[in-house]
Design a protein around this ligand. Structure first.
Ligand code: GLU
Length: 297
């Protein structure tokens, strides 16, 4: 069976050099391992994703010399798949509805920090762990609030999960030299993560594990900023009986000041670099992929 790689950008801004690196690296792995290269559009956030950004993704990647299989999977067309996965989690009793606003959470944490005199623990992204306010809410109260139309998210119940599915969890990591090793995953450090968002009928974590499995992705190549999220993905794969791909988390492309490139910091986009006269060859070289393009078939 051929290895399957994917590049999975979100069309909520223009691609920058960091995305180009991730896309080229995926295509390069696919070429060297005679695998397939897929493109997936991660557009579950319908308020921030825009059609013009999606079009720019196709244009920029084609300009870079990449070829991907069609049709491209667009997550916004597959909410039913994520809902089915969510129902399986619900059926296992490992999720609960959460009605908290950001303010409710911030106040509860401030209160606990004052009481204990200690800083409240944070998840790997630096956000405070959810303090469990809705975890013990009686079903009757939750149903009543849902019927009343109150907005709510669904969270993983890590307390229940630690008993029901304590692990240990592991995945395989691979590198560019063809080495592989088993790595321990620690999903618990994410606390009661949101698995279905208030405003979106899924979440990044749920959609990504469902799609990687549905698309037969065997090798996930993505930035180090998503490395810790893999621990949660491995837990979800186990709960949903999905295979765990192998993972490679690459270093991030930094700007001259040593900061991570990000759409929010106005880093120059590929579109802008093109308009300024950059060539695809110059981009490959700059990212360490020269001198020839590395399209996969
Ligand atoms: N859509 C995510 C992003 O643009 C990447 C998801 C992934 O590769 O797992 O950051």
């Amino acid at each position: 069976m051929k290895p399957v790689f994917r590049f999975a950008p979100s069309p909520n801004g223009r691609l920058h050099l960091g995305h180009a690196y991730s896309a080229l690296l995926n295509a390069d792995f696919a070429l060297r391992l005679q695998g397939r290269f897929l493109l997936r559009i991660e557009d579950i956030d319908t308020t921030r994703c825009r059609p013009e950004f999606e079009t720019a993704i196709y244009d920029d990647l084609a300009w870079l010399g990449l070829h991907w299989e069609v049709p491209v999977r667009r997550q916004s067309e597959h909410f039913a798949d994520y809902h089915a996965a969510f129902l399986r989690l619900k059926g296992r009793g490992v999720v609960y509805p959460c009605f908290c606003t950001r303010k409710d959470i911030a106040e509860a944490i401030a209160c606990r920090e004052t009481e204990s005199g200690q800083e409240w623990p944070r998840d790997p992204d630096g956000a405070p762990l959810y303090p469990g306010i809705c975890r013990t809410m009686p079903n009757e109260e939750a149903s009543h609030r849902i019927v009343a139309g109150e907005p709510y998210a669904w969270r993983l119940d890590m307390v229940a999960l630690k008993k029901l599915a304590p692990g240990p969890y592991r995945f395989r990591r691979f590198d560019r030299e063809g080495r592989e090793e088993a790595v321990n995953a620690d999903p618990w450090r994410w606390g009661d993560a949101v698995i279905v968002r208030k405003e979106t009928p899924t979440s990044y974590h749920l959609s990504v594990v469902v799609d990687d499995a549905l698309q037969g992705v065997t090798h996930v190549v993505r930035g180090q900023d998503l490395e810790a999220a893999t621990d949660l993905h491995v837990l979800l794969q186990a709960l949903l009986d999905l295979p765990t791909p192998r993972y490679h988390h690459h270093g991030l492309v930094l700007d001259p000041a040593g900061d991570k490139l990000a759409k929010s910091r106005q880093s120059r986009s590929l579109t802008e670099l093109r308009a300024e006269g950059a060539t695809p060859q110059a981009i490959w070289r700059r990212l360490g992929f020269g001198p020839q393009p590395t399209p996969s078939t």
